[in-house]
Design a protein around this ligand. Structure first.
Ligand code: 5GP
Length: 126
């Protein structure tokens, strides 16, 4: 595998309890906390507890149990925040920036859950 995980990245430090976070939810394999610079009324980051750099690393190397747990964690948060379009919520967006073109800042896999306002187009038109 081409990925070298940096154990000093900020989310690894949050997982070890070296840096505080505003915890939203925790499962056996995932931790969710509020983004320190929220870009929407709801802006939650969901991270696996395992050492995965990005989405493809996680998809290819995480165990089935980790993947199921992580996905269910996202579902739980969308439900608890009242965002589910199928249950009267106004919807949300999931973002997983990866690598240079994805402009990933923190090299520990994370999914942004954004909601609470109309989020505009997915990408700017060139
Ligand atoms: P990325 O660009 O890697 O997808 O997003 C990283 C996110 O992590 C950014 O939205 C940034 O605001 C957030 N972030 C960076 N450092 C911290 C931190 O120490 N605590 C929290 N809660 N969020 C952080």
């Amino acid at each position: 595998m081409a990925y070298n995980y940096d154990p000093q990245n900020i989310f690894a430090r949050i997982l070890r309890g070296e840096i505080p976070c505003s915890k939203v939810h925790e499962t056996p394999h995932a931790l969710a906390f509020n983004d320190i610079r929220p870009q929407a009324p709801h802006h939650v980051l969901v991270i696996p507890k395992g050492s995965y750099v990005n989405a493809d690393h996680f998809a290819l190397e995480a165990t089935d149990a980790e993947i199921v747990d992580f996905t269910r964690c996202i579902g739980h948060i969308c439900k608890s925040l009242g965002l589910q379009p199928g249950a009267g919520g106004q919807g949300y967006r999931l973002i997983a920036n990866s690598g240079e073109d994805g402009v990933q800042e923190v090299p520990h896999y994370h999914v942004h859950i954004l909601g609470g306002r109309v989020l505009g187009r997915m990408l700017q038109k060139n």
